[in-house]
Design a protein around this ligand. Sequence first.
Ligand SMILES: Cc1ncc(COP(=O)(O)O)c(C=O)c1O
Length: 384
Amino acid sequence: MYFSDLSWSIRGTLGRKFLALAQQYDDVVDFTLGDPDIPTPEGICEAARRCIGEHRTRYTASAGIMQLREAIAAYESAKSGIKAEATNVAVTIGATEAIHLAFRMLLNPGDEVIIIGPTWAQCPNNVLLCGAKPVIADRFTERFLPDLDYLRTLINDRTKLIVVNSPNNPTGTVYPYEILRQIASLADEKGLHVFSDEVYSTLVYDKPFHSISEFYPSAENLVVFNSFSKAFCMTGWRVGYVVGPSHFIKRLVKMQENVAVCVSSISQWAAIEAIRGASAYTEPIREQFRARRTTLLDSLEDSPLIKYTVPDATFYLFVDISATGLDSRSFCSALLENEHVAITPGLSFGDAFDGYIRLAFTLEDDVIREGVRRIQHFLTTLNA
Ligand SMILES: Cc1ncc(COP(=O)(O)O)c(C=O)c1O
Protein backbone atom coordinates (compact mmCIF):
# COMPACT_ATOMS: atom_id res chain seq x y z
CA MET A 1 0.00 0.00 0.00
CA TYR A 2 1.26 3.50 -0.83
CA PHE A 3 0.75 6.38 1.59
CA SER A 4 0.43 10.05 0.74
CA ASP A 5 3.19 12.47 1.73
CA LEU A 6 0.76 14.14 4.13
CA SER A 7 0.04 10.92 5.99
CA TRP A 8 3.71 10.69 6.95
CA SER A 9 3.62 14.09 8.61
CA ILE A 10 1.18 12.98 11.30
CA ARG A 11 2.32 11.40 14.53
CA GLY A 12 -0.04 9.70 16.98
CA THR A 13 -0.31 11.59 20.26
CA LEU A 14 1.94 10.51 23.14
CA GLY A 15 -0.96 10.64 25.62
CA ARG A 16 -2.82 7.94 23.68
CA LYS A 17 0.41 5.98 23.23
CA PHE A 18 0.94 5.83 26.99
CA LEU A 19 -2.73 5.03 27.53
CA ALA A 20 -2.34 2.05 25.19
CA LEU A 21 0.86 0.91 26.96
CA ALA A 22 -0.96 1.15 30.29
CA GLN A 23 -3.53 -1.45 29.20
CA GLN A 24 -1.03 -4.25 29.95
CA TYR A 25 -1.41 -3.61 33.72
CA ASP A 26 -4.63 -4.31 35.59
CA ASP A 27 -3.85 -1.99 38.53
CA VAL A 28 -2.81 1.08 36.57
CA VAL A 29 -3.58 4.63 37.73
CA ASP A 30 -4.30 6.51 34.55
CA PHE A 31 -3.62 10.27 34.52
CA THR A 32 -3.17 10.44 30.73
CA LEU A 33 -6.22 11.75 28.90
CA GLY A 34 -8.27 14.89 29.42
CA ASP A 35 -11.39 12.79 29.60
CA PRO A 36 -13.62 13.54 32.62
CA ASP A 37 -14.65 10.46 34.61
CA ILE A 38 -17.78 12.26 35.87
CA PRO A 39 -20.89 10.91 34.07
CA THR A 40 -22.79 13.14 31.66
CA PRO A 41 -25.56 14.83 33.74
CA GLU A 42 -28.83 12.90 33.77
CA GLY A 43 -30.96 15.69 32.23
CA ILE A 44 -28.72 15.65 29.14
CA CYS A 45 -28.88 11.84 28.86
CA GLU A 46 -32.67 12.02 29.19
CA ALA A 47 -32.87 14.46 26.26
CA ALA A 48 -30.94 11.96 24.14
CA ARG A 49 -33.28 9.12 25.15
CA ARG A 50 -36.28 11.27 24.21
CA CYS A 51 -34.70 11.98 20.84
CA ILE A 52 -34.30 8.27 20.15
CA GLY A 53 -37.81 7.48 21.46
CA GLU A 54 -39.32 10.07 19.13
CA HIS A 55 -37.26 8.81 16.18
CA ARG A 56 -35.48 12.10 15.60
CA THR A 57 -32.66 9.98 14.26
CA ARG A 58 -32.17 11.16 10.70
CA TYR A 59 -29.55 13.42 9.10
CA THR A 60 -29.72 17.02 10.26
CA ALA A 61 -28.65 20.16 8.42
CA SER A 62 -24.87 20.10 7.95
CA ALA A 63 -24.48 23.29 9.98
CA GLY A 64 -26.40 21.68 12.83
CA ILE A 65 -29.98 21.74 14.14
CA MET A 66 -31.25 25.33 14.04
CA GLN A 67 -32.35 25.36 17.71
CA LEU A 68 -28.82 24.31 18.70
CA ARG A 69 -27.17 26.96 16.55
CA GLU A 70 -29.47 29.60 18.05
CA ALA A 71 -28.78 28.44 21.60
CA ILE A 72 -25.02 28.43 20.96
CA ALA A 73 -25.18 31.93 19.46
CA ALA A 74 -27.02 33.20 22.55
CA TYR A 75 -24.58 31.43 24.89
CA GLU A 76 -21.47 32.76 23.13
CA SER A 77 -22.90 36.29 22.88
CA ALA A 78 -23.50 36.28 26.65
CA LYS A 79 -20.07 34.77 27.43
CA SER A 80 -17.83 36.95 25.32
CA GLY A 81 -17.56 39.96 23.10
CA ILE A 82 -19.08 38.35 20.02
CA LYS A 83 -22.50 39.32 18.76
CA ALA A 84 -23.32 35.94 17.29
CA GLU A 85 -26.42 34.76 15.47
CA ALA A 86 -27.23 31.27 14.25
CA THR A 87 -25.57 32.03 10.90
CA ASN A 88 -22.28 32.56 12.75
CA VAL A 89 -22.32 29.03 14.16
CA ALA A 90 -21.58 25.56 12.77
CA VAL A 91 -21.91 22.44 14.90
CA THR A 92 -19.03 19.98 14.51
CA ILE A 93 -17.73 16.61 15.75
CA GLY A 94 -16.11 18.09 18.84
CA ALA A 95 -13.90 21.16 18.69
CA THR A 96 -11.32 18.89 17.03
CA GLU A 97 -13.27 18.73 13.77
CA ALA A 98 -14.06 22.44 14.00
CA ILE A 99 -10.35 23.25 14.25
CA HIS A 100 -9.52 20.89 11.41
CA LEU A 101 -12.12 22.42 9.08
CA ALA A 102 -11.18 25.98 10.02
CA PHE A 103 -7.49 25.39 9.24
CA ARG A 104 -8.55 23.86 5.93
CA MET A 105 -10.55 27.00 5.20
CA LEU A 106 -7.64 29.40 5.65
CA LEU A 107 -4.38 27.57 4.98
CA ASN A 108 -2.49 26.81 1.81
CA PRO A 109 0.60 24.58 1.73
CA GLY A 110 3.61 26.56 2.92
CA ASP A 111 1.62 28.90 5.17
CA GLU A 112 2.65 29.25 8.80
CA VAL A 113 0.54 29.21 11.94
CA ILE A 114 1.81 30.51 15.26
CA ILE A 115 0.43 28.44 18.12
CA ILE A 116 0.99 29.87 21.56
CA GLY A 117 2.42 26.93 23.47
CA PRO A 118 2.43 24.60 25.13
CA THR A 119 -0.21 23.11 22.89
CA TRP A 120 -2.57 20.19 22.72
CA ALA A 121 -0.96 17.94 20.05
CA GLN A 122 -3.93 17.83 17.66
CA CYS A 123 -3.59 21.55 16.98
CA PRO A 124 -0.17 21.43 15.25
CA ASN A 125 -1.09 18.07 13.70
CA ASN A 126 -4.09 19.66 11.99
CA VAL A 127 -1.87 22.43 10.63
CA LEU A 128 0.40 19.72 9.21
CA LEU A 129 -2.64 18.04 7.62
CA CYS A 130 -3.05 21.20 5.53
CA GLY A 131 0.57 21.02 4.37
CA ALA A 132 1.25 24.14 6.43
CA LYS A 133 3.83 24.72 9.16
CA PRO A 134 3.01 25.00 12.87
CA VAL A 135 5.34 27.34 14.77
CA ILE A 136 5.03 26.97 18.52
CA ALA A 137 5.67 30.15 20.53
CA ASP A 138 7.48 28.67 23.50
CA ARG A 139 8.96 31.58 25.42
CA PHE A 140 7.19 32.95 28.46
CA THR A 141 7.36 35.80 30.91
CA GLU A 142 5.92 34.00 33.92
CA ARG A 143 3.50 31.15 34.60
CA PHE A 144 3.35 30.23 30.91
CA LEU A 145 2.12 33.66 29.83
CA PRO A 146 3.45 34.26 26.31
CA ASP A 147 6.45 36.52 25.77
CA LEU A 148 4.87 38.89 23.26
CA ASP A 149 8.17 40.39 22.06
CA TYR A 150 9.24 36.90 21.08
CA LEU A 151 5.85 36.19 19.52
CA ARG A 152 6.36 39.23 17.28
CA THR A 153 9.70 37.88 16.04
CA LEU A 154 7.98 34.68 14.82
CA ILE A 155 5.72 36.56 12.39
CA ASN A 156 6.81 36.60 8.76
CA ASP A 157 5.27 36.89 5.27
CA ARG A 158 3.97 33.33 5.40
CA THR A 159 2.25 33.69 8.79
CA LYS A 160 -1.53 33.46 8.45
CA LEU A 161 -2.86 33.21 11.94
CA ILE A 162 -2.23 32.97 15.66
CA VAL A 163 -3.84 30.29 17.81
CA VAL A 164 -4.67 31.18 21.40
CA ASN A 165 -5.80 28.53 23.89
CA SER A 166 -6.86 30.06 27.20
CA PRO A 167 -7.51 28.39 29.60
CA ASN A 168 -4.56 26.39 28.38
CA ASN A 169 -4.16 22.67 28.02
CA PRO A 170 -1.72 21.49 29.51
CA THR A 171 -0.75 24.30 31.92
CA GLY A 172 -4.16 25.42 33.24
CA THR A 173 -3.05 29.04 32.75
CA VAL A 174 -5.75 31.65 32.15
CA TYR A 175 -4.54 34.61 30.09
CA PRO A 176 -5.39 37.95 31.69
CA TYR A 177 -7.35 40.64 29.87
CA GLU A 178 -4.24 42.72 29.13
CA ILE A 179 -2.31 39.87 27.48
CA LEU A 180 -5.30 39.07 25.27
CA ARG A 181 -5.61 42.74 24.36
CA GLN A 182 -1.97 42.83 23.30
CA ILE A 183 -2.25 39.63 21.24
CA ALA A 184 -5.35 41.02 19.48
CA SER A 185 -3.58 44.30 18.81
CA LEU A 186 -0.48 42.53 17.41
CA ALA A 187 -2.66 40.35 15.16
CA ASP A 188 -4.50 43.43 13.98
CA GLU A 189 -1.29 45.35 13.27
CA LYS A 190 0.06 42.42 11.21
CA GLY A 191 -3.25 41.58 9.49
CA LEU A 192 -3.42 38.08 11.00
CA HIS A 193 -6.44 35.98 11.84
CA VAL A 194 -6.87 34.73 15.39
CA PHE A 195 -8.24 31.32 16.39
CA SER A 196 -9.37 31.18 19.99
CA ASP A 197 -9.80 27.72 21.48
CA GLU A 198 -12.01 28.15 24.54
CA VAL A 199 -12.98 24.57 25.35
CA TYR A 200 -11.99 24.96 29.02
CA SER A 201 -13.72 28.31 29.60
CA THR A 202 -16.19 26.96 32.19
CA LEU A 203 -13.51 25.13 34.20
CA VAL A 204 -11.96 28.26 35.72
CA TYR A 205 -11.25 28.35 39.46
CA ASP A 206 -9.16 31.32 40.54
CA LYS A 207 -9.09 33.90 37.74
CA PRO A 208 -11.89 35.45 35.69
CA PHE A 209 -12.17 34.09 32.17
CA HIS A 210 -11.77 36.59 29.35
CA SER A 211 -12.22 35.79 25.69
CA ILE A 212 -10.01 37.48 23.12
CA SER A 213 -13.29 38.15 21.28
CA GLU A 214 -13.79 41.08 23.68
CA PHE A 215 -11.34 42.95 21.41
CA TYR A 216 -13.07 42.06 18.14
CA PRO A 217 -16.22 44.12 17.85
CA SER A 218 -16.77 43.08 14.22
CA ALA A 219 -15.20 39.62 14.62
CA GLU A 220 -14.11 39.63 10.95
CA ASN A 221 -10.68 38.07 11.64
CA LEU A 222 -11.62 35.99 14.63
CA VAL A 223 -12.80 32.39 14.90
CA VAL A 224 -13.81 30.91 18.27
CA PHE A 225 -13.97 27.18 19.09
CA ASN A 226 -15.85 25.59 21.90
CA SER A 227 -17.09 22.18 22.86
CA PHE A 228 -19.53 20.25 25.04
CA SER A 229 -16.81 17.70 25.84
CA LYS A 230 -15.18 19.14 28.94
CA ALA A 231 -17.78 21.65 30.18
CA PHE A 232 -20.64 19.09 30.28
CA CYS A 233 -18.61 15.86 30.59
CA MET A 234 -19.68 14.83 27.08
CA THR A 235 -16.39 13.78 25.45
CA GLY A 236 -17.91 10.65 23.87
CA TRP A 237 -20.92 12.46 22.42
CA ARG A 238 -18.63 14.34 20.05
CA VAL A 239 -20.25 17.76 19.84
CA GLY A 240 -18.38 21.01 19.47
CA TYR A 241 -18.75 24.14 17.40
CA VAL A 242 -17.12 27.01 15.61
CA VAL A 243 -18.22 30.63 15.71
CA GLY A 244 -17.07 33.05 13.01
CA PRO A 245 -18.14 35.48 10.29
CA SER A 246 -21.23 34.15 8.47
CA HIS A 247 -19.50 33.96 5.06
CA PHE A 248 -16.74 31.87 6.65
CA ILE A 249 -19.27 29.57 8.32
CA LYS A 250 -21.19 29.14 5.07
CA ARG A 251 -18.09 27.86 3.29
CA LEU A 252 -17.01 25.73 6.21
CA VAL A 253 -20.41 24.01 6.20
CA LYS A 254 -19.85 22.96 2.57
CA MET A 255 -16.70 21.25 3.75
CA GLN A 256 -18.59 19.67 6.67
CA GLU A 257 -21.17 18.35 4.19
CA ASN A 258 -18.46 16.37 2.43
CA VAL A 259 -16.44 15.29 5.45
CA ALA A 260 -19.11 14.21 7.96
CA VAL A 261 -22.50 15.35 6.58
CA CYS A 262 -23.54 16.37 10.10
CA VAL A 263 -23.06 15.58 13.79
CA SER A 264 -25.19 12.74 15.24
CA SER A 265 -28.76 14.01 15.71
CA ILE A 266 -28.94 12.36 19.14
CA SER A 267 -25.82 14.17 20.36
CA GLN A 268 -27.16 17.45 19.02
CA TRP A 269 -30.48 17.11 20.91
CA ALA A 270 -28.53 16.28 24.05
CA ALA A 271 -26.40 19.37 23.43
CA ILE A 272 -29.52 21.54 23.11
CA GLU A 273 -30.59 20.46 26.59
CA ALA A 274 -27.04 21.03 27.88
CA ILE A 275 -26.62 24.55 26.57
CA ARG A 276 -30.14 25.69 27.50
CA GLY A 277 -29.42 24.68 31.11
CA ALA A 278 -25.74 25.58 30.85
CA SER A 279 -24.73 26.93 34.25
CA ALA A 280 -26.92 24.46 36.17
CA TYR A 281 -24.86 21.71 34.54
CA THR A 282 -21.41 23.26 34.33
CA GLU A 283 -21.13 24.70 37.83
CA PRO A 284 -21.38 21.40 39.75
CA ILE A 285 -18.86 19.89 37.31
CA ARG A 286 -16.46 22.77 37.86
CA GLU A 287 -16.80 22.41 41.65
CA GLN A 288 -16.03 18.69 41.46
CA PHE A 289 -12.86 19.38 39.52
CA ARG A 290 -11.92 22.16 41.91
CA ALA A 291 -12.17 19.58 44.74
CA ARG A 292 -10.10 17.09 42.74
CA ARG A 293 -7.46 19.77 42.26
CA THR A 294 -7.34 20.26 46.04
CA THR A 295 -6.98 16.49 46.57
CA LEU A 296 -4.10 16.33 44.10
CA LEU A 297 -2.27 19.36 45.47
CA ASP A 298 -2.77 18.29 49.10
CA SER A 299 -1.37 14.83 48.36
CA LEU A 300 1.76 16.06 46.58
CA GLU A 301 4.64 16.49 48.98
CA ASP A 302 7.49 18.85 48.28
CA SER A 303 10.34 17.26 46.38
CA PRO A 304 13.43 18.93 44.94
CA LEU A 305 12.83 16.87 41.80
CA ILE A 306 9.53 18.44 40.78
CA LYS A 307 8.18 21.98 40.38
CA TYR A 308 4.74 23.18 39.36
CA THR A 309 2.40 26.11 39.65
CA VAL A 310 -1.18 25.71 40.75
CA PRO A 311 -3.41 25.59 37.62
CA ASP A 312 -5.96 28.43 37.52
CA ALA A 313 -8.28 26.33 35.38
CA THR A 314 -8.76 22.98 33.55
CA PHE A 315 -8.13 19.57 35.11
CA TYR A 316 -4.43 19.40 34.36
CA LEU A 317 -1.25 19.80 36.38
CA PHE A 318 1.87 20.50 34.33
CA VAL A 319 4.93 19.44 36.29
CA ASP A 320 8.56 20.39 35.66
CA ILE A 321 10.63 17.20 36.04
CA SER A 322 13.86 18.56 34.58
CA ALA A 323 15.65 18.18 37.94
CA THR A 324 15.31 14.40 37.61
CA GLY A 325 17.67 14.49 34.62
CA LEU A 326 15.18 12.35 32.64
CA ASP A 327 13.45 13.43 29.45
CA SER A 328 9.66 13.24 29.58
CA ARG A 329 9.30 9.96 27.67
CA SER A 330 11.92 8.17 29.79
CA PHE A 331 10.29 9.49 32.94
CA CYS A 332 6.82 8.33 31.84
CA SER A 333 8.08 4.93 30.64
CA ALA A 334 9.92 4.23 33.90
CA LEU A 335 6.97 5.43 35.98
CA LEU A 336 4.59 3.18 34.06
CA GLU A 337 6.88 0.18 34.25
CA ASN A 338 7.85 0.53 37.90
CA GLU A 339 4.74 2.00 39.50
CA HIS A 340 1.93 1.35 36.98
CA VAL A 341 1.08 5.04 36.75
CA ALA A 342 0.32 6.44 33.27
CA ILE A 343 0.87 10.13 32.49
CA THR A 344 1.47 12.20 29.38
CA PRO A 345 5.04 13.26 28.46
CA GLY A 346 5.53 17.01 28.07
CA LEU A 347 7.05 16.39 24.63
CA SER A 348 3.50 15.85 23.43
CA PHE A 349 2.88 19.61 23.87
CA GLY A 350 5.89 20.87 21.90
CA ASP A 351 9.61 20.13 21.64
CA ALA A 352 10.44 22.75 24.27
CA PHE A 353 8.43 20.90 26.95
CA ASP A 354 10.40 17.69 27.18
CA GLY A 355 11.25 18.59 30.79
CA TYR A 356 7.58 18.37 31.82
CA ILE A 357 4.80 15.86 32.38
CA ARG A 358 1.03 16.39 32.46
CA LEU A 359 -1.33 14.80 34.93
CA ALA A 360 -5.07 14.90 34.22
CA PHE A 361 -6.91 14.84 37.56
CA THR A 362 -10.02 13.29 36.04
CA LEU A 363 -10.07 10.51 38.62
CA GLU A 364 -11.76 9.86 41.94
CA ASP A 365 -10.07 11.21 45.07
CA ASP A 366 -8.81 7.84 46.33
CA VAL A 367 -7.35 7.00 42.94
CA ILE A 368 -5.64 10.39 42.75
CA ARG A 369 -4.11 9.82 46.21
CA GLU A 370 -2.90 6.35 45.27
CA GLY A 371 -1.40 7.64 42.00
CA VAL A 372 0.41 10.43 43.83
CA ARG A 373 1.70 7.98 46.46
CA ARG A 374 3.23 5.88 43.66
CA ILE A 375 4.73 8.93 41.92
CA GLN A 376 6.34 10.01 45.20
CA HIS A 377 7.73 6.53 45.69
CA PHE A 378 9.14 6.63 42.15
CA LEU A 379 10.83 9.96 42.91
CA THR A 380 12.51 8.49 45.99
CA THR A 381 13.99 5.74 43.81
CA LEU A 382 15.48 8.40 41.54
CA ASN A 383 16.97 10.15 44.52
CA ALA A 384 18.66 7.03 45.77
C1 LIG B 1 -7.19 22.62 24.02
C2 LIG B 1 -8.14 21.65 23.43
N1 LIG B 1 -8.88 22.03 22.38
C3 LIG B 1 -9.76 21.22 21.81
C4 LIG B 1 -9.95 19.95 22.27
C5 LIG B 1 -10.93 19.07 21.53
O1 LIG B 1 -11.96 18.59 22.27
P1 LIG B 1 -13.23 17.92 21.58
O2 LIG B 1 -12.87 17.54 20.20
O3 LIG B 1 -13.55 16.75 22.42
O4 LIG B 1 -14.28 18.97 21.60
C6 LIG B 1 -9.19 19.47 23.35
C7 LIG B 1 -9.33 18.09 23.83
O5 LIG B 1 -8.59 17.61 24.67
C8 LIG B 1 -8.28 20.37 23.96
O6 LIG B 1 -7.55 20.00 25.01
